[in-house]
Design a protein around this ligand. Structure first.
Ligand code: ATP
Ligand code: LTN
Length: 330
């Protein structure tokens, strides 16, 4: 039996190269050796206010992004979280074994509630429990994500262990799969903070749908460090180190190779080439994206197939969990 991989992205904001390099790109490779399940986390997205018309478009766009990035629906399950009711059902059950103090410690909650103090709702607080439910329903072995999600996966492991200990073995204990080089792509406007979909300034990120003109502009404006040398040093040169990381991941050249290539070159020359490397990687992706976006029936059909398969797997787990708790289940 192949091991199970599960991951998800929220259909909110503009997907950026941080999401691609930190998460989706790694999913594509995992399809070779694992049974993969990729979800569109729309219930997570509504923990912050969304415009219903735009949300609907974003859900559809995210499926097309998965397909264009190389997720193969013949090999992997692609589905929308809100279409499988067991996610919220298990989240309720897990709520009843989660301590408020555990959720109060979550860095993402602390950050988001600081950024939007007027918007803190119970859903945002409970977000990690819904994420645990997503993962545990599929008896997941590995969860490929960026570093920012590590704490949520640790909570997932604690909840699974707690439930198993109290009620008998029900859930597999999953592990985070975080690739060192791409674990945290930093913002172009501030290399000390992660590149983020919800950044106010679009010059923080390169969106997967940015035009070549905009990519050139954004890279030109990206913050660099004092000095002139193109050298990887995360502490002293966070700006250039981040750009070198992006260049290396997209070109498959190692960082020392790039340092050597740009030994006597200027920041401007390096940035000019980097913009072209990004454009070259995004162009075929964007062409595929346009293609899938023009085929709504095909995409809908993939989601329907995915929903059925996801429902079948997760139903077995929820039944078992309810039975263990002494709840009635049909
Ligand atoms: P936000 O910043 O608004 O919370 P996000 O950009 O983190 O959103 P998510 O949907 O939360 O987007 O993340 C989707 C996936 O991309 C997750 O696996 C996450 O760890 C990964 N990811 C997000 N940002 C980065 C980044 N800057 N570098 C590497 N991986 C990232
Ligand atoms: N919270 C995640 C998205 C997400 C997820 C998941 C990731 C929702 N459910 C399950 C992995 C496994 C984020 O990246 N913000």
């Amino acid at each position: 039996m192949k091991k199970i991989v599960f991951s998800a992205v929220q259909p909110s904001g503009a997907l950026h190269i941080g999401n691609y390099l930190g998460a989706i790109k790694n999913w594509v490779e995992l399809q070779k050796n694992y049974r993969c399940i990729f979800c569109i986390a729309d219930y997570h997205a509504i923990t912050l206010k969304q415009n219903p018309r735009i949300l609907k478009k974003k859900i559809f766009e995210l499926v097309c992004i998965y397909l264009s990035a190389g997720i193969n629906p013949k090999k992997s399950i692609i589905f929308v979280q809100s279409q499988v009711p067991y996610h919220t059902e298990l989240a309720w059950i897990l709520n009843c074994i989660t301590k408020i103090s555990e959720l109060k410690r979550m860095t993402q909650f602390k950050q988001k509630s600081k950024e939007h103090p007027e918007k803190v709702n119970v859903g945002l607080f409970d977000y990690p429990v819904l994420m645990a439910s997503d993962i545990l329903l599929y008896q997941t072995d590995l969860v490929p994500v960026g570093k920012d999600q590590k704490q949520h996966i640790e909570l997932t492991r604690s909840l699974a262990r707690r439930f198993n200990k109290e009620f008998g073995k029900t859930f597999k204990i999953p592990k985070a799969l975080i690739k060192k080089q791409s674990e945290k792509i930093m913002g172009l406007d501030n290399p000390l903070k992660k590149m983020s979909k919800s950044a106010e300034d679009p010059y923080n990120y390169i969106a997967l749908t940015d035009t070549p003109k905009l990519i050139r502009e954004k890279i030109k404006k990206a913050i660099t460090d004092s000095g002139k040398e193109i050298k990887y040093d995360k502490e002293k040169k966070p700006g250039i180190s981040n750009l070198l990381t992006i260049y290396s991941l997209l070109s498959k050249k190692s960082i020392p190779q790039l340092e050597n290539q740009y030994k006597n070159k200027t920041y401007a020359e390096f940035k000019k080439d980097l913009a072209e490397v990004i454009i070259k990687s995004l162009t075929p992706f964007q062409e595929k994206l346009k293609y899938y976006q023009s085929k709504p029936e095909y995409v809908k059909n993939i989601l329907e197939q995915g929903r059925k398969k996801a429902e079948k797997i997760s139903q077995a787990t929820i039944k078992e969990a309810k039975k263990k708790l002494g709840l009635l289940c049909s």
